[in-house]
Ligand binder design. Sequence first.
Ligand code: ADP
Ligand code: ADP
Length: 226
Amino acid sequence: RPVYELRGVAKSYARRSIHALDRVDLTLTEGSFSSVIGPSGCGKSTLLKIMAGVLPPTEGSVYLEGTPVTGTRRDIGMMFQQATLFPWRTTLENIVLPIEIRDGKKAARAMHDEARALLDLVGLKGFDSVRPNELSGGMAQRAAICRMLITKPAVLLLDEPFSALDELSRDFMNMELQRICMERNATAFLVTHSIPEAVILSDTVYVMSPRPGNFVEAINIDLPRP
Ligand code: ADP
Ligand code: ADP
């Protein structure tokens, strides 16, 4: 079942002089894990922002579950290189922040148990009242995973979420992420610079050409998954 559909998506910046994306067609099926690799500047972040609805395409359309994506949506979860937790809030308060923004303080408080369950899921049991400056980089990214999952998004858009971590932590976090996606039947789309990472995690790897925009090839990976 197709979850995401991009049709002829193009993006130019600076009054059309920079062509970041050139007519991208892409379909993501439910529960799939796809990655996009390509050199810096080829348009990966632009693509992700358009899929998230935070950047309007110059041409083309993006559909999620058959509905056009315009503006941010609660069923899209996002993660970036930096966890960007608010230092004055506890871990738990950071995790429920998307709920607080969307539905208010009372609704956020009602999600505390759910947030604790998520902390448990990512191995941060008992860290609810700790402030972000007491967390390691890996722990902060795990808290960011919880914050992404609290709204129960059907789609996860991931822009090099663990690139700031050391190699061992990154491998570990990738496995955690893969497990969570499978458990929730989430559809994931990952931007990465690492070919091994893309190959290990994904069903399909999209390769973006260094010339702005186009995918050159979609490589389907047929490995047994855990
Ligand atoms: P990455 O390291 O992920 O490849 P970049 O360092 O190229 O990303 O870009 C970081 C941020 O700066 C992005 O949000 C991107 O949209 C923005 N950016 C990149 N190039 C330009 C540019 N020429 N003018 C304005 N903003 C840019
Ligand atoms: P990647 O994530 O693959 O590094 P980006 O999507 O960040 O690539 O950038 C693709 C192209 O668009 C680059 O040439 C970059 O300089 C340009 N670009 C990105 N964001 C902006 C922006 N806000 N304004 C102008 N140019 C941008």
